[in-house]
Design a protein around this ligand. Structure first.
Ligand SMILES: Cc1ncc(COP(=O)(O)O)c(C=O)c1O
Length: 417
């Protein structure tokens, strides 16, 4: 076997940048033997790294009960336990003008696997998919593995990162299989208004394509707009709703997600489509059966107080971010986040003396200040930076203080003495 070839065939790995890949390189670039300061990461969207973010006892008890019952040690049906599907259908239906049924819900290993399912179901030779820029690079990676052509439409910072619908119309053709939106948004922290979501639905309907709505940050909204699920517009256009417990319940490691056909007009109830989805699930291993079994209790019993507490901390930490960013001359945040756990900030390279681009900025910052920030290039926007603000406020203040020192040190105006 030659390098990169198996049985004479080149093993072609997509060249896409991944968030995890670039964050590992940044971590590796820090010389751990040569410093005594703590490393602070504003890179990864995993709030469990910070003690102020923890899940509720209700969720923990539901899992312990399911495990100790000794009833959930076997395989679950590949599409998920019936009670889990039913509980998620009921949970999502609370915010919809129609009722989802258990049959609309398929249980996945986190929202990541729901993304894979969606793209696998839609890919066919010659097809293309419309993805947001900036976006979440798992979509590009999945599309590359499926040989699905990616066409990017811009999100507009000056309009609260709304979808550039003119661009969507210009990009779509008869081979466009879906338009993806992420709301509340990663990496931008946007929360779309009812009106904007309706326009997206109408545009997709006009283009005869469907919408994939990534709502992994569903309900994590703390600004002007409440969270409105895209499924609300399911009678205008078929919607595939993707979500998970990961963010709202702060349990990304439990790997409990869902792929849901929010489609009251019934396009996805076509027996051939249902069969295809079910067959695909036969090759997936979903989340552990006892985690699935805990879901009805988790969804039913979690108290509003728990959700409000998370929202308050996220709001507080996003405020800290915006205030501190204002004190740093070479970076700016054009849009104050209103949801999710991340924001984008723009780098003004003309004020810096020896930084060539966002990647150079992040590597030098990691080496000099032990702070990890994701270069915008990783999410599709060169010379921007993404910060995850699901970080405890003290570490956030400290990290942004270090970013400021770094920028001052590299600033063109900085007087050395
Ligand atoms: C936009 C988006 N979609 C999907 C995922 C994956 O979610 P999960 O951890 O449930 O697999 C993430 C995780 O950060 C995300 O930000």
């Amino acid at each position: 076997m030659e390098d990169g070839a198996v049985n004479g065939y080149e093993m072609d790995t997509p060249k896409n940048i991944t968030i995890k890949g670039i964050l590992s390189l940044l971590m590796e670039s820090i010389d751990n033997n040569n410093h005594s300061r703590s490393v602070i990461s504003l890179g990864m969207g995993d709030p469990t790294a910070h003690s102020c973010f923890h899940t509720t006892h209700v969720a923990q008890e539901a899992v312990v009960d399911a495990l100790q019952s000794d009833k959930f040690n076997g395989y679950a049906p590949t599409v998920g336990l019936p009670q889990t599907r039913r509980a998620i259908a009921e949970y999502l239906s609370r915010d919809l003008p129609y009722k989802l049924s258990s049959d609309d819900v398929f249980i996945t290993s986190g929202c990541t696997q729901a993304i894979d399912v969606a793209l696998a179901m839609l890919a066919r030779p010659g097809a293309n998919i419309l993805l947001p820029r900036p976006g979440f690079p798992i979509y590009e990676l999945c599309a590359a593995f499926r040989h699905l052509e990616v066409r990017h439409f811009d999100l507009l910072p000056e309009k609260g990162w709304e979808v550039d619908l003119d661009a969507v119309e210009a990009l779509a053709d008869q081979n466009t299989v879906a338009l993806v939106i992420i709301n509340p948004g990663n990496p931008c922290g946007n929360v779309y208004s009812y009106q904007h979501l309706k326009k997206i639905a109408e545009t997709a309907e006009k283009l005869k394509t469907l919408v994939i709505a990534d709502e992994v940050y569903g309900h994590l909204a703390f600004g002007r707009n409440p969270f409105v699920p895209m499924g609300v517009f399911g009678s205008i256009v078929p919607v595939l709703t993707l979500g998970s417990l990961s963010k709202r319940w702060i349990v990304p490691g439990w790997r409990l997600g869902w792929f849901v056909t929010s489609d009251p007009s019934g396009m996805f109830r076509n027996p051939k489509v249902v069969e295809r989805i079910k067959k695909y699930f036969d090759i997936l291993g979903g989340p552990a059966t006892f985690i699935q079994a805990a879901v009805p209790g988790i969804l039913e019993l979690t108290d509003e107080v728990f959700f409000k507490r998370t929202i308050n901390i996220l709001k507080q930490s996003s405020d800290i971010c915006c205030d501190r960013i204002k004190e740093i001359p070479c970076i700016s945040c054009p849009y104050k986040p209103e949801g999710s756990m991340a924001l984008m900030m723009k780098l003004n390279l003309s004020l810096l003396e020896d930084i060539s681009d966002d990647i150079d900025f992040c590597f030098k910052l990691a080496r000099e200040e032990f702070v990890i920030i994701l270069p915008g290039t990783a999410v599709g926007l060169k010379n921007w930076l993404r910060i995850t603000f699901a970080v405890d406020p003290v570490s956030l203040e400290e990290a942004l203080g270090r970013v400021k020192s770094f920028c001052l040190r590299h600033s063109k105006q900085f007087e050395r003495y």
